[in-house]
Design a binder for this molecule. Sequence first.
Ligand code: SF4
Ligand code: SF4
Ligand code: SF4
Length: 256
Amino acid sequence: MSKGILYDATLCIGCKQCEQACAEQNKLPYDDKIAAETRQSDHKFTVVLSQDDKFMRRLCMNCEEPACASVCPVGALQKTALGPVAYDAHKCMGCRYCMVACPFGVPKYEWNNSLTPKVQKCTMCADRVLAGQQTACAEICPTGATKFGERAELLEEAKKRIRENPGNYVTHIYGETEVGGTSVLLLSSIGFENFGYRTDLVRDPLPLFTYRVLSRIPDFLPLAAVTLGGIWWITHRREEVAAAEGQNGKKNRGQR
Ligand code: SF4
Ligand code: SF4
Ligand code: SF4
């Protein structure tokens, strides 16, 4: 069974411990300045937004059929059987198609890392989930607003919460059907559009559209393969040169 995260904004107190736990999990810096940032970035994979006394998290939705993975020419992004959409930086050639394809604007690029830039995003703590653990943000959450579990069970729980307390929620489980469904499910007492979530998304998985578009452009794939192969070679050549320079530097220092 596939895992998921249920975030219930009505239980959230805006403490941002999830942000901090995420930073620690991903070896990213976290201080007061970063805590104040309200946009997902290459150094902040989840944000807790607030509007009056309401809160809302943003993070990668870890889509059931991710558009980012469907356009990645080298399979650097992959939907895993357990739910997380994982990322392999060693495969990535830096084309950034994923950034264009994602309907939630999630993947970010390390523009300030000129040597070995990577795409960055929440991967639903893929390593932890694989090891049988819950995500770091769910583990730390003091109120249960962020809850980890089986997606199917979390979905039933979300429906039950709305059924039993209809006055507390808008009747929409965000992620149940958006772009074919997502591993992250959201509940809120006010419309999701208040926090920048798109409410015009189709129910069909976006990779279907990708396939339909590509199937009508027969010359696209060979051309893309040649172009992107060139980009990949340049990107990885820089890494090799950097590694070789590092080794030479060490040798030279050792010879002194
Ligand atoms: S939200 Fe965007 S980056 Fe995350 S899995 Fe879906 S398409 Fe990929
Ligand atoms: S699931 Fe993991 S990577 Fe994603 S926001 Fe939570 S702690 Fe961060
Ligand atoms: S840790 Fe839980 S209560 Fe605190 S901001 Fe995150 S989701 Fe809300």
